[in-house]
Design a protein around this ligand. Structure first.
Ligand SMILES: [Zn+2]
Length: 419
């Protein structure tokens, strides 16, 4: 059976916008994107590819404001201390809220770094597509068996095809070379946090600074060392990349390591502004990520797109450093490429999965619409998302999908952390 929706505008991302367009799908796959009207028409709205959040932590959905204003190392230490107060059901409750917030923000796919594997359960239950990277930490390669394989085996049989697993050695300062090597041997997608703060760089390059007092730090590995061991590959998605020097950027480009730009998190934690223009000029695969409410106020990729635009224009001192269309491409097809999902999602293209979001632009300063990408990126927000569809199935509809139970259970878990 063919299903279709239409709106004033359709933005396929891999082609020009269509005025008065529709998207049709069968069995969860797009079959047609064209001009015309469907029975279900959304006036005053635009249909965009489901947004792809390439770096999130659904399990931190209620971690808002912990250690606000603290330096990066103390901020991190407080999160570790409070997370230790939660059991797996509490982590799952929080992750469900994270998945719900993503769907309500027009996000249909996440690349999620998951401490407990709870994010995979949440994606499976709420209908979100995900590449869930199971986190490993420390000096010991045993972590592969005790954390990665334990979580994978617990989850494995119960996950739908749209939820896949990868691994995340947390960073170059919290996972040893031995652990990195063992993670690479698994042959699965890898996510990590890279060059996020100056404190990290000071610790890795000179073994000095506040990270010397961080209990979780191990004998750190430099990017060059990782490469010398053949461990820097196109299977890695590196979040942040704020403090990379020119030679390190060159190295990432040569090895086709993907980058996830998280401008709000980097600003919130006082880490800096990543050199997006240089990274784009080098032809790196780049996506956009909200990180989590631990370091950004929300899983709102509209806000993240605007932050990316403002940061790029402020840093480069030119208004064309990042256009609205560029930002939308980063948050859809760019992020899909980072996750290796671009043959399936990231644009409204016949043959790809029917993952889409309907965004109202009515009543915004961009209505009537002159440039649809400008209207969606600057005028869009979770409050403007009317419907979110994954695999052709509606997973969020404004005013109908409320997730009351999900919200109250997650809130109880946060109360435990504050106790
Ligand atoms: Zn992160």
């Amino acid at each position: 059976m063919t299903t279709a929706v239409s709106a004033d505008w359709v933005l396929p991302v891999d082609g020009p916008p269509l005025e008065e367009g529709y998207v049709a799908w069968e069995d969860g796959r797009i079959v047609e994107v064209s001009r015309g009207r469907a029975e279900r028409h959304f006036p005053g709205a635009a249909i965009v590819p489901g947004l792809v959040n390439a770096h999130s932590h659904l399990e931190y959905a209620v971690y808002g404001g912990f250690g606000d204003g603290a330096p990066f190392s103390s901020w991190l230490a407080l999160h570790i201390e409070r997370k230790a107060r939660l059991d797996l059901p509490a982590m799952e409750a929080i992750a469900r809220l994270g998945a719900a917030e993503c769907l309500a923000s027009g996000i249909t796919t996440v690349g999620d770094a998951s401490y407990a594997g709870a994010a995979a359960t949440a994606c499976a239950e709420l209908g979100l597509r995900g590449l869930v990277y199971l986190e490993v930490f420390g000096a010991d390669a045993e972590q592969i068996a005790t954390r990665y394989e334990a979580n994978r085996d617990r989850l494995g049989g119960s996950l739908p095809e749209r939820v896949r697993l990868g691994i995340s050695p947390h960073s170059l300062y919290t996972a040893s070379l031995e652990l990195w090597r063992a993670a690479a041997e698994l042959g699965v997608p890898i996510a990590t946090h890279l060059a996020e703060s100056q404190a990290e760089v000071d610790w890795i390059r000179r073994r000095e600074g506040p990270f010397s007092r961080l209990g979780v730090a191990v004998e750190p590995v430099s990017l060059a060392e990782l490469d010398a061991h053949g461990l820097l590959t196109d299977r890695i998605a590196a979040a942040h990349c704020v403090k990379l020097d020119a030679s390190e950027l060159e190295l990432l480009a040569r090895r086709d390591v993907a980058v996830v730009h998280c401008p709000r998190s980097n600003a919130y934690l006082g880490c800096g502004i990543a050199p997006l223009a240089e990274m784009r000029a080098k032809g790196l695969r780049i996506g956009l990520g909200t990180d989590s409410p631990a370091s950004a106020p929300s899983f709102d990729l509209f806000d993240e797109m605007r932050a990316a635009i403002l940061a790029a224009r402020a840093r480069e001192e030119r208004a064309d450093a990042l256009t609205a269309g560029d930002a939308l491409a980063l948050a859809t097809l760019g992020s899909a490429r980072v996750l290796g999902f671009d043959s399936e999602v990231g644009s409204l293209t016949p043959g790809k999965r029917a993952d889409l979001a309907v965004v109202s632009v009515a009543g915004s300063p961009y209505d009537p619409v002159e440039e649809p990408a400008v209207a969606v990126v600057f005028g869009g927000s979770p409050a403007k998302v009317l419907e979110t569809i994954v695999d052709g199935q509606t997973r969020y509809r404004q005013g109908e999908t409320t997730w009351h139970e999900v919200r109250s259970t997650a809130s109880a878990a946060r109360r435990r952390m504050l106790a």
